[in-house]
Design a protein around this ligand. Structure first.
Ligand code: F6P
Length: 360
C-alpha cells in the first residue's frame, strides 16, 4: 500500500529504466482526481509498460523535486476516494524567473519524459507555457466550476452539482416549515454552472449567476409573486461570483493567490440583508463552501475521470503533447492547450431561460 505521507527523492521512486511519466494535480481539488490517477496508472503500467511517478502538490512538487512512488498496488481504493493522493497547490512556477529552469532541471534529473497535469485553467496554463521550455505535457480538465473552454464538461462538476442539489432538497423542507427565504451560496468563481444546474435540479425559485447581473427589486418581486400564490417560502441559489447590476463581486478576501485570483464569497449574506430591507420575511443564508469539493465522486464523475485518465495516457503514448483531453458530445478527444487556456466557458443562456421558467 502506498505511503501517501512520505515524500521521496527521485532515486527512491525509480525502479527500472522504463519510460517515466509524471502526474500532478494543481489548483482546487475536485472529486475524481484519484480516479484519473488510477486510470493513468492501470493503462500506463499494464498496457504500455511505463513507470509512473506522482509529483507532490502540483507544480510545487516539480519545483522542489518532491515525488511519490506509484505502482499498481497504489491504485487500490482510488476510484471512489475524494481529494488527491498527490496533494495539490496553487503554486505558479512563472512567479519566479528561475521557476521554469528549475522545473526542467528536476525533470531531466528525474528522467521524467512527460507530465500529465490534472487541473483547471491555472494549472493548464502553466503546462502550456512549460511546453515552450521543452516540457512534454498532456492536460486533464479538472474543476468543479466547469468553466474550462475546449471541453463540454470537466470532472468534479457533476459531484458538486449533486451535493448542492441535495442541500437544496434539505433546505426546501426547513424553509417551508419556517416560512423563510433561504439562500444557498455555491461556488463556481466567475461562472454560474453549479448554481444553474443545481438550481434546476433542486427546483430553486430564483437562480443568480455572474453571467446575468441581478436587480434586487426583481428578486423581491419573484418572492412576492410566490407569496401571492400562497407560497410563503422561497429558495434562492446564488453563485459566489454573482453581482448586482452595475455592481461588483463580493470578496471574502482581497489577498491574491499566485495566479492573481481574489477569494470570492459573501454574496449570499449581502443578498439576505437586501431582501430583509425590502420584504417582511425572515431570510437565512447557507454557504455550501468546500463541502462541494470534498468526498466521493458521483458515478458520472468516476466514469468521466476514468475516461479522461485513459485518454491522457493514450495521448502520451501517441506523442500528442501540448494537448488537453476533452469531452465533445460524449466522445473523448484532444484539443491543443493553447486553444483552451485563458478562456472561460460561461453558462449556456438557453439553460438559464429554462431555469427562469420556474422562478417566482
Ligand atoms: O475553482 C474551484 C473553486 O472551488 C472555486 O469555485 C472557488 O472560488 C475556489 O476554488 C475556492 O478556492 P480555495 O479552495 O482556495 O478556497
Amino acid at each position: 500500500m502506498l505511503n501517501s505521507e512520505k515524500t521521496l527523492q527521485w532515486e527512491e521512486c525509480r525502479r527500472t529504466d522504463q519510460m517515466t511519466i509524471g502526474i500532478l494535480s494543481g489548483g482546487g481539488d475536485a472529486p475524481g482526481i484519484n480516479a484519473v490517477i488510477r486510470a493513468i496508472m492501470r493503462k500506463g503500467i499494464q498496457k504500455y509498460g511505463y513507470q509512473i511517478v506522482g509529483i507532490k502538490d502540483g507544480w510545487a512538487g516539480l519545483l522542489e523535486a518532491r515525488y511519490m512512488a506509484l505502482d499498481l498496488n497504489a491504485t487500490q481504493g482510488l476510484l471512489s476516494r475524494g481529494g488527491s493522493i498527490l496533494g495539490t497547490s496553487r503554486t505558479n512556477p512563472f512567479k519566479s524567473d528561475t521557476g521554469p529552469e528549475k522545473i526542467m532541471k528536476n525533470v531531466n534529473e528525474a528522467r521524467i519524459e512527460a507530465v500529465i497535469a490534472i487541473g483547471g485553467d491555472d494549472t493548464l496554463s502553466v503546462a502550456e507555457k512549460m511546453g515552450k521550455h521543452g516540457l512534454k505535457t498532456v492536460g486533464v480538465p479538472k474543476t468543479i466550476d466547469n468553466d474550462l473552454a475546449g471541453t463540454d464538461v470537466t470532472f468534479g462538476f457533476n459531484t458538486a452539482v449533486s451535493i448542492a442539489t441535495d442541500a437544496l432538497d434539505r433546505l426546501h423542507t426547513t424553509a417551508e416549515s419556517h416560512h423563510r427565504v433561504i439562500i444557498l451560496e455555491v461556488m463556481g468563481r466567475y461562472t454560474g454552472w453549479i448554481a444553474l444546474e443545481a438550481g434546476i435540479a433542486g427546483g430553486a425559485d430564483v437562480v443568480l449567476i455572474p453571467e446575468k447581473p441581478f436587480d434586487i427589486n426583481e428578486v423581491c418581486e419573484l418572492i412576492k409573486r410566490r407569496q401571492e400564490r400562497g407560497r410563503n417560502f422561497s429558495i434562492i441559489v446564488v453563485a459566489e461570483g454573482a453581482k448586482p447590476k452595475g455592481g461588483v463581486e463580493i470578496v471574502y478576501s482581497e489577498s491574491l493567490d499566485e495566479f492573481g485570483h481574489i477569494k470570492l464569497g459573501g454574496i449570499g449574506y449581502y443578498l439576505g440583508k437586501e431582501i430583509e430591507k425590502y420584504l417582511p420575511i425572515e431570510t437565512r443564508v447557507v454557504v455550501l463552501g468546500h463541502v462541494q469539493r470534498g468526498g466521493t465522486p458521483t458515478a458520472y464523475d468516476r466514469v468521466l475521470a476514468t475516461r479522461y485518465g485513459i485518454g491522457a495516457i493514450d495521448a502520451v503514448h501517441q506523442g500528442k503533447f501540448g494537448q488537453m483531453v476533452a469531452m465533445r458530445g460524449n466522445k473523448i478527444g484532444t484539443v491543443p492547450l493553447k486553444e483552451v487556456v485563458g478562456k472561460r466557458k460561461t453558462v449556456d443562456l438557453d439553460l438559464y431561460d429554462i431555469a427562469s421558467v420556474f422562478f417566482g
